[in-house]
Design a protein around this ligand. Sequence first.
Ligand SMILES: C[S@@+](CC[C@H](N)C(=O)[O-])C[C@H]1O[C@@H](n2cnc3c(N)ncnc32)[C@H](O)[C@@H]1O
Length: 240
Amino acid sequence: MEPASSIFKPMTSDRVRTLFNRIAPVYDQLNTWLSLGQHRIWKQMTVKWSGAKAGDTCLDVCCGSGDLALLLAQAVGASGRVMGIDFAAEQLAIAQQRSQQHYPVPPLTWLEGDALALPFADHEFDAATMGYGLRNVTDIPRSLKELHRVLKPHAKAAILDFHRPSNAQIRALQQWYLDAIVVPAAQQFGLTEEYAYIAPSLDRFPTGAEQVTLARQAGFVSATHYPIAGGTMGVLVVMK
Ligand SMILES: C[S@@+](CC[C@H](N)C(=O)[O-])C[C@H]1O[C@@H](n2cnc3c(N)ncnc32)[C@H](O)[C@@H]1O
C-alpha cells in the first residue's frame, strides 16, 4: 500500500488500473450504499441524455462493472449494439458476469482498452456514455478528443461524474460526506486509501464551465454541463 500522502498526487494510469482492479469485488455494493441507490437514477439520466435509441451502436467509455453499458443495451434493444471499454480486467470480469445474467446474447461486448487510445475507427458510434471515468483518466483533453473522434457527426455523449458544488454549504456537506461516510465505509473493506482519493481527485477535476471549454476545444459543436444532486454531481452533454 502506498503512503497516505500519495493520494493527493495525480495518479499514473498503472495506479488507476490497480486501484480499480482492487476495488472491483465491492465496487457495485459500495456505490449503491454510499449513494443510497441514487447512482442508478443518475445513470438512467445519463443514458437518456446521450440520446441512445433502438438500433443504435453505442459506446460506454470507462465502463467498469458495466452499469451504464447495461442501461445502454436496454435503450438500443436487440437490433442495436453496445461496446463497453475499460482497462481494469477485474471490473470487466464482473461486467461480463452481469451481462451473461441479463443479456446472454449480443448486443453487449466488453473490451479491455484505453480511453486515451480507443481501439475504434472514426465516426463509429451513434451515442456514448462515460460514468465517473473522466475524473480518473490521466489526460482529460485527450480522452475528450478520442470520444469526439469515434462518434458519428451530430452524435451525442453524456459524461457523468462528481462535481464540486458552487454553494459553500453544500460543498462543505459534500466534503463531510466524503470524509465521514465514504472513507469509513470503505475502511470496512480494507479500502481506505482507494476511497480517500476521491476528494483530491475532485479538487483537481475541472468545474462544469471548464469541462464545457475543454469539450469545445476537443471539437464538440455543443457542450452543456448539467449540475445534478444539488451540484454534487454533474452530467456534461456534448454533441459532435
Ligand atoms: C469510478 S469507475 C466508473 C465505472 C463505471 N463507469 C461506473 O459508473 O460505475 C472508473 C473506471 O474508469 C476506468 N479507467 C480509468 N482510466 C481509464 C483509461 N485510461 N482507460 C480505460 N479505463 C479507464 C477504471 O478502470 C474504472 O473502472
